[in-house]
Design a protein around this ligand. Structure first.
Ligand code: F6R
Length: 614
């Protein structure tokens, strides 16, 4: 959702804040704003639309020099994305300015209370309420830290708030509940960000905050308290990537860069996963082998693309471990009253580690005493912190809003989890596990092979640039790939796209087929002969009705060639691992088509990278 930056130090706060917002803009881009403290007053500017609009406004009407400031890039929840609703919001006397990520659930009641007391609120946002409450507190004599503690105790919902007080340029104060916030630890300067990208240019030392904590940064240091004012501590950690990883590196889009980074990301996700004897080791899994042996059910929860990784994981984990494995969308999970016991392993897959739906689902699982294991890409994020165990995917920062390397490395982590469980429970022999691990180690090269053939997919995007609808078909592990291909196209190209299990076609969706309709068909490897043959039958059925078939199949699969209007050759890999290679052309197709259509690939309309509201 929104991106938040705070700075106090010796540099020009405007430069630090705007640069931080640029690196956080993927989180939300409906509007952007900045507040600086200068000469006992606030200097603010905010504009609807992307950060570039704000930068233009500042270039035309420069802000004063200041070394204390906050900034915001918004994904709208309360109120339309216009100049007035853009953050920061100020108190009635413009003494306090606040930026906010999340939703204040009791804002209507608080707003009513303020209006009765004569406050005039200018925007439709919940945030402005917090600004007025904070200003009431500081005008009554509290310092900004105490004011934040007092106000936070009155707020309900999920929020990160960051505030400055015009009469106290020495500090920036922030607070968090169920919403991301990290502190960057500098030398004579300190930073606040929604994630570390906000300050990675300046420091790689970070402090993660716990739930319901307030942090005050000054030039000299950082102080953490609970909402009740009692001293608290964050956890300090070193960020293992740098600014270069957060830059586009010559590509037109972060998404394209991240697609091409996938071979390396796969290699990193596999790094150090076995010991000298060749046994798999997952150091971060702090659930004992005995406990893992007692697991009698696995429930995988996730949203969006991560949910498709979960679907693939089910095929692999059930096959290798014989443990029943359910998949559930995080936002549906707790509302169906799931049956969870101490012997249930809940696996939460989240690239960002901050998805509110998934966070709430794991909290429910923890309450039911299930064991929770997170598969996550973001060190220091909330979901792994609240889980019993974590497998980090080590993909590096994923900035493009549409997940790519995040997805492929989630798949790797799921395979590793399945194999690890098989090792611990003895459902696969060591040599069988070693064989799959060897196959996984080759996937870096296999994915590179697909990327080397990108021109073929780009040509296809050119050919279908006027398509109004595109379908995707798959079976078995290819079914989630079809769903992922359709999701990528919807979110980037804004055209109708749907993924189906090929066997389901004849139960209704086949009515959608009309002459010329492009249909991507993910064909399972020939090693699974029944699956393979049934997929070919499905392709014949749609082709007979005029569909234009774009077939993703093993390069030397001559059986399928007669039914392919276009063939996208895939390397030969085991069926369960095929999603790693089959997804890549679909990512390339969506990225290229959206580019040709003139869309903003990294920041598609209405979306945000990290969905921190339910
Ligand atoms: C689609 C996409 C989203 C995310 C979903 C879950 O390209 O990126 O569907 O997969 O919002 O996000 P995480 O994995 O961060 O929990």
């Amino acid at each position: 959702m929104c991106g938040i930056v705070g700075y106090v130090g010796q540099k020009q706060a405007k430069d630090v804040v705007i640069e931080g917002l640029r690196l956080l803009e993927y989180r939300g881009y409906d509007s952007a704003g900045i507040a600086l403290v200068h000469d006992n007053a606030l200097a603010t500017d905010k504009k609807a639309g992307k950060l570039a609009n704000l930068e233009k406004a500042i270039a035309e009407a420069p802000l004063p020099s200041s070394t204390t400031g906050i900034g915001h890039t918004r994904w709208a929840t309360h109120g339309a994305p216009n100049d007035v609703n853009a953050h920061p919001h100020a108190g009635p006397q413009r003494r306090v300015a606040v930026v906010h990520n999340g939703i204040l659930e009791n804002f209507a009641r608080l707003r009513d209370e303020l209006e009765r007391a004569g406050h005039d609120l200018l925007s439709e946002t919940d945030t402005e309420v917090a600004a007025h409450l904070l200003e009431n507190e500081v005008r009554a004599g509290a310092d900004l830290t105490t004011a934040m503690q007092n106000v936070c105790r009155r707020l309900e919902g999920a929020f990160t708030l960051v505030a400055v007080d015009a009469e106290d340029p020495s500090r920036v104060v922030a607070a968090r509940r169920n919403s991301p916030l990290v502190v960057g630890l500098g030398d004579g300067e300190n930073f606040i960000g929604s994630d570390v990208a906000a300050f990675i240019e300046h420091t790689r030392e970070a402090l993660e905050l716990g739930q319901d904590q307030v942090v005050t940064i000054t030039r000299e240091g950082v102080e953490v308290t609970s909402f009740d004012g009692s001293p608290a501590e964050g956890r300090q950690y070193h960020v293992d990537w740098d600014l270069a990883a957060a830059e586009k590196d010559g590509y037109d889009w972060f998404m394209r860069k991240e697609i091409f980074e996938q071979p390396r990301a796969i290699a990193d996700a596999l790094l150090g996963r076995h010991d000298e004897a060749g046994l798999l080791q997952l150091d971060e899994v702090r659930i004992s082998d005995d406990e893992l042996r007692d697991i009698d059910k696995i429930v995988i929860i996730a949203c969006g693309t991560s949910n498709y990784a979960a679907m693939v994981a089910k095929y692999a984990i059930e096959h290798w471990t014989r443990i029943p494995c359910e998949i559930e969308l995080s936002h549906e999970f707790r509302y169906r009253d799931p049956i969870l016991t101490r012997n249930t392993l809940v696996v939460a897959i989240s690239q960002s580690g901050e998805t509110a739906d998934t966070l709430m689902a794991i909290r429910h699982a923890v309450k039911q005493k299930a064991k929770v294991l997170a598969i996550c890409n973001t060190n220091g994020s909330t979901i792994p912190r609240e889980s019993d165990a974590v497998i980090y995917t080590h993909a590096g920062p994923e900035i493009g809003v549409a997940s790519t390397k995040g997805f492929l490395t989630q798949l790797i982590a799921c395979y590793l989890l399945g194999l690890y469980l098989a090792q611990v429970r003895g459902t696969k022999f060591g040599d069988e596990i070693a064989a799959v691990v060897r196959e996984l180690a080759q996937m870096e090269d296999r994915v590179q092979q697909v990327l080397d053939d990108a021109a073929r997919t780009y040509a296809l995007a050119e050919r279908f640039r006027d398509a109004k609808s595109v379908l995707f078909l798959g079976r078995h592990a290819g079914f989630p790939v079809a769903l992922e291909g359709a999701l990528k196209l919807k979110e980037l190209a804004y055209i109708h796209a749907e993924g189906f299990a090929a066997g389901e076609l004849k139960h209704g969706p086949i009515a959608l087929i009309e002459p010329g309709l492009p249909v991507f068909c993910v064909v399972p490897p020939r090693g699974r002969d029944q699956l393979h043959d049934k997929m070919i039958s499905a392709i014949q059925e749609i082709r007979a009705r005029g569909a234009l078939t774009i077939v993703l199949a093993e390069g030397d699969d001559t059986e399928v060639t007669p039914y392919a209007d276009v063939l996208i050759p895939l390397p030969t890999v085991p069926t369960l691992l095929q999603p790693l290679v089959a997804t890549v052309p679909l990512q390339l197709f969506a990225c290229e088509l959206a580019t040709l259509m003139g869309h903003d690939v990294d920041q598609p309309r209405n979306l945000a990278k990290s969905v921190t509201v339910e």
